[in-house]
Design a protein around this ligand. Structure first.
Ligand code: 3PG
Ligand code: CO
Length: 555
């Protein structure tokens, strides 16, 4: 039968303190002036690189290596941390939704049937991120769902759009709204009453995560459910164009708006008897809005009016909370994660990051489950992020505080694994502010140094890696790799992640002398890290895990 017990590693000892450091958004790319990691002073990460090829190498962090549909899909934190924690490659949300739409199975499932019950008398509302970024949602999936829903009887459809500019270029929102408006007008020609009802920028409206700032979700609620927003427009293309004229705003931060009819009334508030689908497949930035839409008891903000609706997520976003209870596509069943195995095998774990990435090293790491496996073996510490700012203003973020918490956890000798996420390269990279991203990379490097020093003191082992690229390339490039310019001749700043591989470095005084990277897993990716770390804890990984990256040679 099944057992949680892991076999002892034949050559590697137990009981070493391991620091597992994930630099968020830290890929490897050619050195040039748009590579902020190269431009920044990063002596610690540079010194790790000199350990190549035995102690430093690159691993794949995008596309199929992390369960995404194609090799053109950039990596992201959800799939990256899922792979790091689970040690196997799962077909991820993007791909599962693609298949369910292609086969039509999405319309036969329980979730859609539940939604469909409202089609006769109610409106179908679709809330989600409008872009082709493929990180949280995808435009083509929304287009297919619109078509499929109307073919399945939806007569009145309202779209509540969130503009992107974070997984795609800033300014691209206008084109996406035009595209979807065109689809909606085709639906109207077929007799479906379909239109955009509200909108706002993803970082300011609805898509907060890890309870960093509930006012973000409230702004969405007000516009989507109550039909109230500071800006009113007759159509969404005009709304986005007009709001973008303010030089202080951007697609990510557009203020909330509602679309109104000729008498000034909102065209699509959510009311009793309506159906609502949140169309994002990715979990982290949908959990909060899902709670607001689903929970009867809710005290995070005053909802004013709580309509009786049928609500479903594109996926179920939290496996532990079973939230939402109805969903259109079943999420990947990420089970038997390394975290769960390790607590069953006596490995005491400490995990820490600041709010905006806290769930990455806990929730995502553990296969999209909130909470502890065994509270007596684990401690998760969240350092409050600054909220209400864009992180180019504070590019050092809480890197120092995270490193100090990790250092204290290591020196306390109470833990066998001390796991952190350092957010700087990613969170500042997403702002598109190149100078600030350089500062961010330096701060992350300094944090790594503090953690490695602590590992040195306790005779431990370090594993330093990243979840995907971001800060190493801040410009959109042509196929031949040349920076691309916009119509005014300025470079097109890349706020998104990249397709680059990420480094992984191992070392520390506790690393057994014969440990080195194997040569026979050249295509290794993030999913190979879990088995590697299990080995370093003195265990052999389960046989269905992706192979370890290391071997032990006799000296
Ligand atoms: C976000 O949610 O901030 C971005 O879309 C993706 O960033 P992450 O995958 O690094 O969290
Ligand atoms: Co990111």
């Amino acid at each position: 039968g099944f057992s949680w017990k892991l076999e002892d590693h034949p050559k590697l000892p137990k009981g070493k303190t391991i620091a597992l450091v994930v630099l968020d958004g830290w890929g490897e790319a050619n050195p040039d002036k748009y590579n902020c990691i190269h431009v920044a002073e990063t002596p610690t990460m540079d010194s790790l690189k000199t350990g190549a090829p035995d102690k430093w190498r690159l691993v794949r962090a995008h596309g199929k290596a992390v369960g995404l549909p194609t090799e053109d899909d950039m990596g992201n934190s959800e799939v990256g941390h899922n792979a790091l924690g689970a040690g196997r490659i799962y077909a991820q949300g993007a791909k599962l939704v693609d298949s369910a739409l292609a086969s039509g199975k999405i319309y036969e499932g329980e979730g859609f049937k539940y939604i469909k019950e409202c089609f006769d008398n109610g409106t179908l509302h679709l809330i989600g991120l409008l872009s082709d970024g493929g990180v949280h949602s995808r435009l083509d999936q929304l287009q297919l769902l619109l078509k499929g829903a109307s073919e399945n009887g939806a007569k009145r459809i309202r779209l509540h759009i969130l503009t992107d500019g974070r997984d795609v270029l800033d300014g691209s929102s206008v084109g996406f709204v035009e595209t979807i408006e065109n689809d909606l007008s085709n639906l109207r020609a077929k007799g479906v009453d379909a239109q955009i009802a509200s909108g706002g920028g993803r970082m300011y409206v609805t898509m907060d995560r890890y309870e960093n700032d509930w006012s973000v979700v409230k702004r969405g609620w007000d516009a989507q459910v109550l039909g109230e927003a500071p800006y009113k427009f007759r159509n969404a293309v005009e709304a986005v164009k007009k709001l973008r004229e303010d030089p202080k705003t951007s697609d990510q931060y557009l203020p909330p708006f509602v679309i109104v009819d000729e008498s000034g009334n909102a065209v699509g508030p959510i009311v009793d008897g309506d159906a609502v689908v949140t169309i994002n497949f990715r979990a982290d930035r949908m959990v909060m809005v899902a709670k607001a839409l689903e929970y009867e008891d809710f005290d995070k903000f005053d909802r004013v009016r709580v309509p009786k609706i049928h609500y479903a997520g594109m996926l179920q976003y939290d496996g532990e909370l079973k939230l939402p209870s109805k969903y259109l596509v079943s999420p990947p069943e990420i089970d038997r994660t390394s975290g769960e195995y390790l607590v069953h095998n006596g490995v005491r774990t400490f995990a820490c990051s600041e709010t905006v990435k806290f769930g990455h090293v806990t929730f995502f790491w553990n296969g999209n489950r909130s909470g502890y496996f065994d509270a007596s073996m684990e401690e998760y510490v969240e350092i409050p992020s600054d909220s209400g700012i864009t992180f180019n203003v504070q590019p050092k973020m809480k890197a120092l505080e995270i490193a100090e918490k990790a250092r204290d956890a290591i020196l306390s000798r109470k833990f066998d694994q001390v796991r952190v996420n350092l957010p700087n390269g990613d969170m500042v990279g997403h702002t598109g502010d190149i100078d600030a991203t350089v500062v961010a990379c330096k701060a992350a490097d300094e944090a790594v140094k503090i953690i490695l020093d602590a590992i040195e003191q306790v005779g431990g082992i370090y594993v330093v890696t990243a979840d995907h690229g971001n800060a190493e390339d801040m410009v959109k490039r042509s196929k031949s790799g040349q920076p691309m310019l916009d119509k005014k001749g300025n470079i097109q700043v890349l706020t998104s992640h990249t397709l680059q591989p990420v480094p992984i470095a191992i070392g520390g005084p506790g690393l057994a002398p014969g440990v080195r990277y194997r040569k026979d897993v050249p295509d290794g990716g993030l999913a190979n890290v879990a088995a590697t770390v299990m080995n370093l804890h003195g265990f052999v990984a389960p046989s269905d895990y992706e192979p370890t990256l290391i071997e032990v040679v006799d000296n």
